[in-house]
Design a binder for this molecule. Structure first.
Ligand SMILES: Cc1ncc(COP(=O)(O)O)c(C=O)c1O
Length: 483
C-alpha cells in the first residue's frame, strides 16, 4: 500500500483491493469533502505531484479529478490548479451517493439494488411534505402498532389489486423493510413453540443466521428450476418455511404452479406457517407478475413486501399481511420492539400509492430494467462465459453458471481487477462447498450503456480464471461480499 500526506488528508491506494485505483482515489476524496476534512476552496496537489506521491500513473489522478469535477466536488482552472468546489455536492449529486459507502467500480453488477437515480424524489417529497403538514395532532401520537389506519387501508387495496392478495387492512402491519417483517414473524413463531424453520438453499444472505440467532433450527431445502423442493418439507418436520415464490433469491426460480398448491396443502395438513418474501415481483419480463401465494391461503401465509426494490432501501418501509390468527401477536411484538413504524412516512407512502405515483414510477422503471435485462442477456449470449443463465423471468438480477472447472472466487477477483464488481453465488449457500461455481449479476443499478463492456471484461476475467485453474487465493482475495 502506498500512502501520502497531501493537503492535510491522508490518501492511500491499495493495489490488492477489489476497487480500481481511480475508484479508491475518488472515493477517498469524496468522503474527505463530504466529511468536511477538505473544505471548499482548498487547493489540491497537481495531478503530477499526487501521482508521484502515491506511485500512480498521472492518468489515473487526472481521470479521478475530472470525474470529481464533473460531479461538482472539484473545480479545475487553468493556472490556479484544482480546488475543492464551493457548494456541498451531496445535494446536487444524487446519482452516485451510494458510492460514498462502497468502493467505486467502473462496472457494478451488485445484485439487490434498484437504480437509485430513478427514485421519484419530487413525488416522494411532495407526499412527505403533505403528510407532515396535514397530520392532525392525534396522528402525531404513538401510532397503532400495526401502522397508520389510512396507510393500512391503501396498502391492502394495492396488494389486492397488484398482487392478487387477500388483503384486509385489519391484518396489515407496517414494518421496517422485509428484514424487520421476518424478524417479527420469527419471534412470534418462537413464542408459539415453532422450533424448526425450513429455508431455501441457497437464499438471501443473513436469512438463516437471523433465524438461528432467535434460537430456531433451520432446515435447508434444495431449490431447482421449479423453485423450492416442497416435497422435502415433510422429511425435515419443518413447522414453518420461508420462501420467495415469485422470484427466488439468488437462483431466480419461479415456484411452479403444482408446487404452490403442494406448499399450501402442506401448510394446511401440518398446521405449518409459510412466510412469503415478495421482494421484487413487480418486475416481471415475460408475462404478468406471478400473483402472491398469500392469495391462495391467507390463513397460513404471512406475506412480506418491501419498498426496497420498487423504490429505495433507504426508506426502510415494508408491509406484512398476517394470517388473522397471528395478527394480534405480530402487532404486540411490533409494539414491544419499537412501538410502531414512523407514521409520517407511512402516510406519505399511502398518498404516494393512492395518488398513482407508485404506478407511474413502476411504469417508468419497468422498461428501463427490461432494456438492461435484455442487454445483459444479449451480452452474456455473445460472451464465452460458458454455462447457463438462470432466473431471467423476473427481478433485478440473474444467475450465471460458470464452467465446472472454474474457481468462482478467482473469477470474482479477476473481475474486480478489471473494475467489474460481481458476486459469487456460493456466498448464498450455507454449505458453500456444495455450490456449483456461479455468479449473481444484478442489472438494476448499472447503466445500459455500460453492460456490454462490463460483460466483455467479465468474460476476460473468466478466461483468465480458467487459465489459472484452481490456484488458491489469499485470504484477502477470498473475502466475500454479501448482499
Ligand atoms: C431476497 C430478498 N428479500 C428481501 C430483501 C429486502 O430486504 P429489506 O426490505 O429489509 O430491504 C432483499 C434485499 O436485498 C432480498 O435480497
Amino acid at each position: 500500500m502506498r500512502s501520502a500526506w497531501s493537503t492535510e488528508i491522508l490518501l492511500s491506494v491499495d493495489r490488492a483491493a477489489l476497487a480500481t485505483l481511480r475508484g479508491q482515489l475518488e472515493h477517498q476524496l469524496r468522503a474527505a469533502i463530504d466529511g468536511g476534512r477538505l473544505q471548499a476552496g482548498v487547493v489540491l496537489p497537481s495531478s503530477r505531484e499526487l501521482a508521484a506521491q502515491l506511485g500512480l500513473s498521472r492518468g489515473v489522478v487526472v481521470e479521478a479529478y475530472e470525474q470529481l469535477a464533473a460531479e461538482g466536488y472539484l473545480v479545475s482552472r487553468r493556472g490556479s490548479g484544482t480546488r475543492v468546489g464551493r457548494r456541498p455536492p451531496a445535494v446536487r449529486q444524487s446519482a452516485g451517493d451510494h458510492r460514498l459507502h462502497a468502493p467505486a467500480y467502473a462496472f457494478d453488477f451488485k445484485p439487490g439494488l434498484p437504480d437509485l437515480t430513478l427514485f421519484p424524489r419530487r413525488a416522494w417529497a411532495a407526499c412527505l411534505q403533505h403528510a407532515a403538514a396535514r397530520a392532525a395532532a392525534p396522528q402525531l401520537d404513538y401510532p397503532d402498532a400495526r401502522g397508520d389506519e389510512t396507510a393500512r387501508r391503501v396498502l391492502a387495496h394495492y396488494l389486492a389489486r397488484a398482487r392478487a392478495a387477500q388483503a384486509e387492512a385489519s391484518n396489515l402491519v407496517l414494518c421496517s423493510g422485509y428484514t424487520q417483517g421476518l424478524d417479527l414473524a420469527a419471534r412470534v413463531f418462537a413464542e408459539r413453540g415453532v422450533r424448526r424453520v425450513a429455508v431455501e438453499e441457497p437464499c438471501f444472505s443473513g436469512l438463516w443466521q437471523s433465524l438461528q440467532r432467535l434460537g430456531l433450527q433451520t432446515i435447508h431445502l434444495a431449490v431447482d428450476e421449479d423453485g423450492l423442493a416442497v416435497q422435502q418439507l415433510e422429511r425435515g418436520a419443518a413447522q414453518a418455511v420461508v420462501v420467495a415464490p415469485a422470484h427466488q433469491f439468488p437462483t431466480g426460480a419461479v415456484l411452479a404452479p403444482q408446487r404452490r398448491t403442494a406448499l399450501v396443502e402442506w401448510a394446511r395438513r401440518s398446521g405449518g406457517w409459510i412466510v412469503e418474501d415478495d421482494y421484487d415481483a413487480e418486475f416481471r419480463y415475460d408475462r404478468e407478475p406471478m400473483p402472491a401465494l398469500q392469495g391462495l391461503a391467507p390463513d397460513r401465509v404471512l406475506y412480506i413486501g418491501t419498498a426496497s426494490k420498487i423504490l429505495a432501501p433507504a426508506l426502510r418501509l415494508g408491509w406484512m399481511l398476517t394470517p388473522p390468527a397471528l395478527t394480534a401477536a405480530v402487532a404486540a411484538m411490533k409494539q414491544r420492539v419499537d412501538r410502531g413504524a414512523p407514521a409520517i412516512e407511512q402516510r406519505a407512502l399511502a398518498r404516494f400509492v393512492e395518488g398513482g405515483a407508485l404506478d407511474r414510477h413502476l411504469r417508468a422503471a419497468r422498461p428501463v430494467y427490461r432494456r438492461r435485462h435484455d442487454t445483459l442477456l444479449a451480452a452474456l449470449a455473445r460472451s464465452c462465459i460458458g454455462g447457463g443463465v438462470r432466473g431471467v423471468a423476473a427481478g433485478l438480477h440473474v444467475m450465471v453458471e460458470l464452467p465446472r472447472t472454474t474457481d468462482e472466487a478467482t473469477v470474482v477477483h479477476e473481475a474486480a481487477r478489471r473494475g467489474v464488481r460481481v458476486f459469487g453465488a456460493s456466498a448464498f449457500w450455507r454449505d458453500s462447498t456444495a455450490a456449483a461455481p456461479a455468479l449473481v449479476l444484478g442489472f438494476g443499478a448499472i447503466a445500459e450503456s455500460r453492460i456490454a463492456d462490463g460483460i466483455a471484461r467479465l468474460a476476460d476475467a473468466v478466461e483468465q480464471a480458467r487459465g489459472a485453474g484452481r490456484r488458491p487465493l489469499g485470504v484477502e482475495q477470498r473475502r466475500r461480499e454479501t448482499v
